[in-house]
Write a protein of this length. Structure first.
Lengths: 143, 143
DNA sequence: GTGACTGCAAATCATTTGCAACTCG
DNA sequence: CGAGTTGCAAATGATTTGCAGTCAC
């Protein structure tokens, strides 16, 4: 059971149709997705939904810490994924096709170490490993 | 002595005024900068220079591997820094003001380990640590 | 000389915003 | 009811592109 309503109530925001659907979409994906990707799926359920509102909700979720924004590098899009309910991880990204795979965090303990070295107040970190996925390696060889 | 001309010749691109100046700017900064930042400095030397051309040259440099694109997270800007001549490092980024500090890479050996675990061909990685810089911590306290 | 570069203007693309209408609580 | 949300259209801001003139080699 997902407790969407509780999560929303806890943060003091309304449980609208659109938010419910966006949240469900985010629950069902394992990779970070773009606002546009979400909007496309959303249109099946809510014909009238607008991309601008998707952005607004994603920003709301982000401000509340429900989702995380990860930076895509190929194109200039913002990508989002749930930050709650999912364990801390990073991504292995194919620079050819953009495919992403989750990776365990290799920085256990590093943040603590860093806190001693710097005057910054450390909050979070992101790691991206870039490479070429097996599919793209195969495609290149066939040519 | 910088060997700009050699680097350019080696890559088979012409040594134009603008490219020379952009390269010099990149040599003199320790933080990743935006196209706009470069363009502003450039205008002192080359009044007629255009932002679009700066972008074109940055993309050329990037394709040749002379510079690296790092993704800024606060705003949606692309930032660039030299990838040659500078040792491998990452950034500690203030989420309030965007200030960046270089950091040594904590992933020594990790890529090798990863190569055994995955079928991806590993190429590179990026790490960003987010926090609040001493300046911004002070500003908040004073309020 | 000629093809690679540039200035310039206009286009594109992701994201944001203003406002009036709507709807959750 | 009424403040928080949304649809809709229009604005914004970063980056790209087409084209004709210019410059490096």
């Amino acid at each position: 059971m997902t407790k969407i309503n509780e999560i929303f109530k806890e943060h003091g925001i309304r449980l609208t149709q659109q938010r419910k659907e966006i949240f469900k979409i985010l629950l069902n994906i394992s990779q970070p997705v773009s606002a546009n990707y979400i909007h496309n799926l959303l249109k099946n359920k809510l014909e009238k939904s607008r991309l601008s509102t998707v952005y607004r909700n994603l920003n709301t979720f982000k401000d509340l810490g429900i989702i995380k924004e990860v930076s895509s590098v190929n194109n200039n899009k913002k990508l989002y994924e749930l930050s709650i309910g999912s364990n801390h991880h990073h991504h292995l990204i194919c620079t050819k096709c953009g495919e992403m795979e989750p990776l365990d965090c290799p920085l256990e303990g590093y943040e603590d170490e860093l806190k001693k070295k710097t005057d910054y107040k450390i909050i979070d970190h992101s790691i991206n490993i870039y490479g070429i996925c097996p599919d793209c390696i195969n495609k290149t060889q066939k040519k």
